[in-house]
Design a protein around this ligand. Structure first.
Ligand SMILES: [Zn+2]
Ligand SMILES: [Zn+2]
Length: 252
């Protein structure tokens, strides 16, 4: 099996960090090349610095509809259609789909799915997310992608990509710390017998939980176990130093 899994940080900035690229990741997973989020300065950055991505990506995953996550999505979709002649598959959470369709241009090209095809999480939606049942049925897939529900001011999902008996990555999307997140990650660890993982989590230095819809130190200390906190790599802020290729699963 092709066990390729890598994450390239295109940007790790938050909404106000206009001197940094918005939080966006380029994930290579098996044969897929997935752009996770396309905030207001992401398309110009990619076009200038990594134009091959515009050619080769085969899906865009959207965590949620804030500007720093979809602000240049339309430009990317138009560019791929009109300049490169390519259509784009978008995947997002079920409760984001309707708003995303309203946001995108409702012209004929869009409507007949010629340049954009929006694919919701029809396979496994979190309310029914139960790897234990999957495990009991003996039908555990060798690789998996799951949406993980966030706690944010709008509907929002993070994503997990991984391999049974192998490695996995988690990109949180914008979220406060939530007990359900640690529980979900632990469940996936156990059911899929995960050997190594790389967890990226939203973080703000505005350390007042009631004033922010992002995770801050106080929020994290209350919601998460020490063991889980030690596993987290923080992003979506001006102090994050992660960039370029930040994770690559080594084939065992
Ligand atoms: Zn947000
Ligand atoms: Zn954001």
């Amino acid at each position: 099996m092709n066990k390729k899994l890598s994450v390239f940080a295109i940007g790790t900035g938050g909404a106000f960090d206009t001197d940094k690229v918005n939080s966006s990741f380029y994930v290579k997973f098996k044969n897929d090349k997935i752009l996770v989020d396309c905030g207001y300065n992401v398309f110009p950055y990619i076009k200038e610095n990594m134009p091959e991505v515009l050619e080769e990506l085969n899906a865009v995953f959207i965590t949620h509809l804030d500007d720093d996550h979809i602000g240049s999505l339309k430009s990317l979709l138009f560019y791929r259609y009109y300049i490169l002649g390519k259509s784009t598959l978008i995947r997002c959470g079920e409760d984001i789909t309707r708003a995303l369709i309203d946001y995108l241009p409702s012209n004929n090209v869009m409507k007949n799915g010629k340049y954009v095809k929006i694919n919701i999480w029809s396979l496994i939606d979190l309310p029914n997310f139960n790897p234990d049942t999957l495990k009991a049925s003996g039908n555990l897939p060798n690789s998996f992608i799951y949406p993980v529900k966030c706690v944010h001011h709008v509907p929002s999902y993070g994503f997990v990509f991984g391999f049974k008996d192998g490695g996995m990555i988690y990109i949180s999307g914008d979220t406060k710390a939530a007990i359900s997140i640690e529980e979900t990650i632990n469940l996936i660890d156990n059911v899929y017998n995960i050997k190594e993982s790389f967890l990226l989590h939203d973080f703000t230095y505005h350390n007042v939980p009631e004033e922010t819809s992002h995770a801050c130190q106080k929020d994290i200390e209350v919601r998460y176990s020490t063991r889980f906190i030690e596993r987290l790599n923080y992003y979506h802020n001006d102090k994050c130093v992660l960039n370029g290729l930040i994770y690559e699963l080594k084939e065992k």
